[in-house]
Design a protein. Structure first.
Length: 127
């Protein structure tokens, strides 16, 4: 497995999401997580992205189709996460990854509601 994972300023994300993945220029799976000033939160986002991307690959869902759906969802200013939308092509992968994300937050002794609020603050530009 060849991966690159990093935290970055949210403004440097490809689109308005706290987590993103794609195939990088040297062929590595690349994961960008918005800097959240809490390592447990950043780990939870990364865990979600790792699981979701691998499940998408296993199901034959391309990263390009995931990104296209996400950008269209965000551009339409829909409520919630793109992966929760019933029409989302990678919904099953997102749901499984969300379970892992919740488990990481719990294992790290963090509160899910506080974590979600922090994610919303970042995506709403209140960081």
């Amino acid at each position: 497995m060849n991966i690159v994972a990093q935290t970055i300023p949210h403004k440097n994300q490809r689109y308005n999401s706290v987590g993103d993945y794609y195939i990088g220029v040297i062929g590595y799976d690349t994961y960008n997580v918005s800097r959240m000033n809490n390592p447990a939160y950043e780990l939870a986002v990364l865990a979600h992205e790792l699981v979701e991307f691998d499940l998408c690959k296993k199901a034959g869902i391309s990263e390009e189709s995931v990104t296209k759906f996400d950008i269209e969802f965000e551009t339409g200013r829909c409520v919630g996460e793109p992966g929760d939308d019933p029409g989302c092509p990678y919904r099953a992968a997102h749901q499984a990854a969300s379970s892992v994300e919740r488990a990481v937050i719990a294992a790290m002794g963090e509160n899910w509601e506080v974590y979600e609020k922090r994610c919303e603050e970042i995506t709403n530009g209140k960081d």
